[in-house]
Write a protein that binds this ligand. Structure first.
Ligand code: HEM
Ligand SMILES: *[C@@H]1O[C@H](CO)[C@@H](O)[C@H](O)[C@H]1NC(C)=O
Length: 496
């Protein structure tokens, strides 16, 4: 009896294995047209891409060898690495290949159906509702919200003037958090002054947990993750973050209902447009229905996440580049000084005029795209070109870092040359810090304005010099591109 049972089990297992194997072969057959980077059995190429300080250069290397398209496997997970112009154009322009890959799932507990990670109709609807919130008339107002945090930042950095070396990372990070909280929720968290606040800590810890899960195979599967302490920590952070957003939404909502006008008119009597949250609270659909509290919370949390680490790293890298390129710094300073003559605040139009500073930021994001890669999941078989099928359930990973440093497009790609954006006509899909197509960065203009406003004020107040001893960044490709050893510079007070 028992031997019969054993026999049945073994047979079933064999059938199951053979079926798996057959499917795998069919899968490889479809992908024959993509070069495979040789790997080890079972773990595939996991070892080559495990270390975030080496993964980008390795990606760049294999992409150069394979004309911008190659196949790797991380613990059986099929991934196509991409920097090829035609493929990137096809992929990012697509209106159907819009589902994000597994890596983004770890954000789900926190951001739920927010537009960064949702797909299909949910994403489309969210994107349509949010787009007007990034219209220039709104951004014009948002720009005014940068002033207060910028003043605090300068005040804090003034205490560091004259030191041989100051690591600006935490200053900038807390600053960016102040900016995004004020502009997305209309709340002052004063991260710069109270970096120990639970809110600031929760946002920061959530970002770290999410990155850790994406890189730690032991935490990828939900059932294994649930056995680790981070699972419980994450639960607590998410509960707290959601309760905070809910509280702010509820209180804003009730003060509206009670007719308390929070948004004061400005000197000219113009109605002030407030934070993203206020816009979402006043939104009515065609039937006059307001948005649900859940929808609002998800989008506000999403903006908070997508809009703070990215810009803070962009700023850190820009400051790093300015310290290393003094001539460029002086050119930007001259331009800013002229524009600032007789003003103590910059308005939207002033920032638009800072063209040289814009070139510097563009060049910074070329060398250091703060989102170094981003990826999609094929929810079905897709056909790229004749006879070129991409089977379903493959991760398509666009490597912005490799694209932005392609020597065929950018001469001397490792050098910091802001004016390159003036004389080469860079084609749209060969420079991709903000992605492109329907799922590009919705906050691109916001990010540019924030970085310009901040750098302009910094340059008016400080000369940014290399630290002593001179510092070189060690790039680390986490969800966001970071520097493992921080960003050290030396600050000298400007005497204008
Ligand atoms: C230097 C700063 C920034 C960079 C480099 C950047 C880059 C990107 C990239 C590459 C994507 C596409 C990601 C993907 O395909 O998975 C993206 C999406 C997004 N970004 Fe940004 N971003 C920046 C700042 C911001 C800011 C300030 C905000 C909000 C205020 C923002 C909000 C978003 C949102 C909501 C999405 C999702 C859009 C969608 O899927 O429809 N980003 N960003
Ligand atoms: C990717 O698409 C496949 C096919 O529809 C699906 O089975 C899989 O769950 C998707 N993965 C993610 C991470 O969305």
């Amino acid at each position: 009896m028992s031997s019969l049972f054993l026999y049945a089990v073994v047979t079933l297992a064999a059938i199951w294995l053979i079926d798996k194997w057959r499917k795998r072969l069919a899968f490889y057959e479809k992908l024959r047209w993509v070069n495979k980077v040789p790997g080890l059995p079972l773990i595939g190429n996991a070892l080559e891409f495990k270390d975030p300080t080496k993964s980008l250069t390795r990606m760049q290397e294999v992409l150069l060898e394979n004309d911008g398209l190659c196949y790797v496997e991380l613990l059986y997970r099929p991934i196509i690495l991409i920097s090829n112009y035609n493929f990137v154009e096809w992929l990012l322009s697509s209106n159907t290949l819009i589902e994000k890959s597994l890596d983004y799932k770890f954000l789900h507990n926190w951001l739920e159906d927010g537009i960064l990670i949702s797909t299909g109709a949910t994403w489309k609807n969210g994107r349509k509702i949010l787009s007007p919130a990034f219209h220039f008339s709104v951004l014009e107002e948002i720009v005014t919200k940068f002033d207060k945090p910028t003043l605090i930042l300068i005040e804090l950095l003034e205490k560091e003037v004259g030191k041989d070396s100051v690591n600006i990372y935490s200053y900038i990070k807390n600053y960016a958090l102040d900016v995004i909280c004020e502009s997305s929720m209309g709340i002052e968290v004063e991260a710069q002054k109270k970096s120990q606040s639970t809110y600031v800590k929760s946002v920061d810890s959530m970002c770290n947990i999410v990155v850790d899960r994406a890189f730690n195979p032991l935490k990828t599967k939900d059932w294994l993750y649930m056995l680790t302490p981070s699972y419980y920590k994450e639960k607590a952070y998410v509960r707290y973050l959601h309760s905070m957003s809910d509280k702010v939404i509820k209180s804003k909502k009730s003060s509206r209902q009670n007719g308390i006008k929070e948004d004061k008119d400005d000197d000219t009597g113009r109605k002030k447009k407030n934070a993203f949250l206020d816009l979402l609270l006043t939104y009515k659909d065609q039937n006059g229905e307001p948005l649900s509290e859940k929808f609002i919370r998800e989008q506000v949390d999403t903006i908070m996440f997508a809009g703070h680490d990215t810009t803070s790293m962009g700023l850190c890298f820009a400051i790093h580049c300015l310290s290393k390129n003094r001539e460029e710094q002086e050119k930007a300073f001259k331009e800013i000084k002229e524009i600032s003559e007789g003003k103590d605040k910059f308005i939207y139009a002033d920032l638009q005029e800072m063209r040289y500073l814009e070139l510097i930021i563009k060049e910074t994001l070329r060398l250091y795209p703060t989102v170094p890669f981003y990826s999609r999941n094929t929810s079905q078989d897709f056909i790229f070109q004749e006879n070129k099928v991409i089977p379903k359930d493959v991760t398509l990973l666009t490597c912005a870092y490799a694209i932005n440093r392609d020597p065929k497009v950018f001469k001397e790609p490792e050098k910091f040359i802001p004016t390159r954006f003036l004389d080469t006509d860079v084609k749209p899909f060969s420079y991709l810090p903000f992605s492109a197509g329907p799922r590009n960065c919705i906050g691109q203009k916001f990010a540019m304005l924030e970085m310009k406003a901040t750098l302009a004020k910094l340059l008016l107040n400080f000369e940014i010099l290399p630290s002593i001893p001179e510092h070189n960044v060690i790039l680390s490709a986490e969800a966001v591109l970071k520097s493992k050893n921080g960003f050290c510079v030396r600050l000298k007070k400007r005497t204008i």
